[in-house]
Design a protein around this ligand. Structure first.
Ligand code: FAD
Length: 308
């Protein structure tokens, strides 16, 4: 109930406007978002790579309904990739892209624009020897995102995608994507989805996650285990051993600011551990999804708003 209300609030333009005038340095935002600029993103990457972790960077912004904004976001990714290369970080870092931030939400022309912009980012990443992963948004975009992935992979087969275990369809999507060269990030799913398309109970989502993980770990692709759930992390490790996978044939992923000690423990144990680092001024939607997972943080957020 509270989760639904927070996710509803995530769509409120008034609260969003009020919140985004708050500096990213305010406590609760800073926990999940290291900063607003390219330089902040590079600094966070340096720190994480320095402790043996890898990084995937997300330039925050979603549901863009403006062509100029979609193109500006694309350019921000190209500039970020150049910044990473200038600091010799391209090996340890890749980028995550929301198609709605590069044009997908722009009506009938949206898919074509998102594809063109995603290609530009993939080309820049390829030139620096790194990769792009397409984030997954709400279920109304899943088919279009997977279609864009298929098209992109013709020229950029290293492009990865995210699948969300809470969707009923995902076990089949995992089967379709468990082929050699395919990189799939499996997460639980962060949006408010209806019961006709998504499991509603936490244990149902976890069971689905395990079924999906079995398909991915048993397949020929490169599974990316994106969860902070200790039980799922443990099961992923057991499945990787059962299938004789070495640490370079799958990886763990967690979000910036969540369970950092566990991130370091996995990296120190020789596992490939990648941290998802969001940055930029448009942090509101991202933060609200994190608060929906941890409603106890809501009080801190409300206090930051009231005292700003
Ligand atoms: P949970 O059961 O939610 O959490 C397990 C434990 O982790 C909690 O008990 C707590 O200790 C800790 N924890 C979890 N969330 C928080 C928090 N916000 N603050 C503090 N502690 C917390 N979702 C999408 O829909 N699309 C995407 O493209 C996408 N990309 C992702 C990429 C990565 C690398 C990761 C890690 C997640 C991504 N997500 C995405 C979010 C994901 O779907 C979940 O919403 C999120 O990871 C929480 O689920 P969980 O598996 O960690 O399990």
């Amino acid at each position: 109930m509270l989760r639904d209300s927070i996710l509803w609030l995530a769509k409120s333009d008034r609260v969003k406007h009020l919140a985004e005038t708050m500096p990213v340095s305010s406590g609760i935002v800073r926990r999940y978002v290291p900063g607003e600029s390219n330089a902040d993103a590079v600094t966070a990457t340096q720190e994480l790579v320095g402790t043996g972790r890898r990084v995937t960077l997300d330039y925050l912004g979603e549901d863009t309904t403006d062509v100029a904004q979609a193109n500006a976001t694309t350019q921000a990714y190209v500039d970020l990739l150049a910044g990473l290369a200038a600091h010799n970080l391209a090996h340890g870092a890749e980028v995550s892209v929301k198609l709605s931030a590069v044009g997908q939400a722009l009506g009938s022309e949206g898919d074509a624009l998102a594809l063109t912009n995603a290609r530009t980012i993939c080309r820049a990443a390829r030139e620096l020897g790194t990769t792009v992963t397409l984030d997954m948004e709400d279920h109304t975009t899943t088919d279009r995102t997977l279609e864009t992935l298929r098209t992109l992979r013709v020229d950029f087969p290293e492009t990865g995608a995210v699948l969300q275990a809470y969707l009923h369809r995902t076990e089949q999507d995992c089967r379709d994507l468990a082929y050699e060269g395919s990189r799939v990030r499996l997460c639980k799913g962060a949006y408010d989805e209806p019961a006709r398309v998504a499991y509603q109970e936490r244990h149902e989502v976890s069971l689905s996650y395990v079924r999906c993980l079995k398909v991915l770990m048993g397949g020929a692709g490169y599974p990316m285990v994106a969860s902070h759930d200790p039980q799922l992390v443990q099961i992923a490790g057991a499945l990787a051993s059962r299938h004789g996978r070495t640490p370079d044939s799958y990886e763990y992923q967690m979000l910036y600011g969540i369970r950092p000690a566990e991130q370091e423990r996995l990296a120190d144990a020789g596992e490939t551990m990648r941290v998802y680092v969001p940055y930029g001024v448009q942090w509101y939607g991202y933060l609200m999804r994190r608060l929906a997972e941890r409603p106890s943080n809501l009080t801190f957020f409300a206090r930051s708003l009231l005292t700003k």
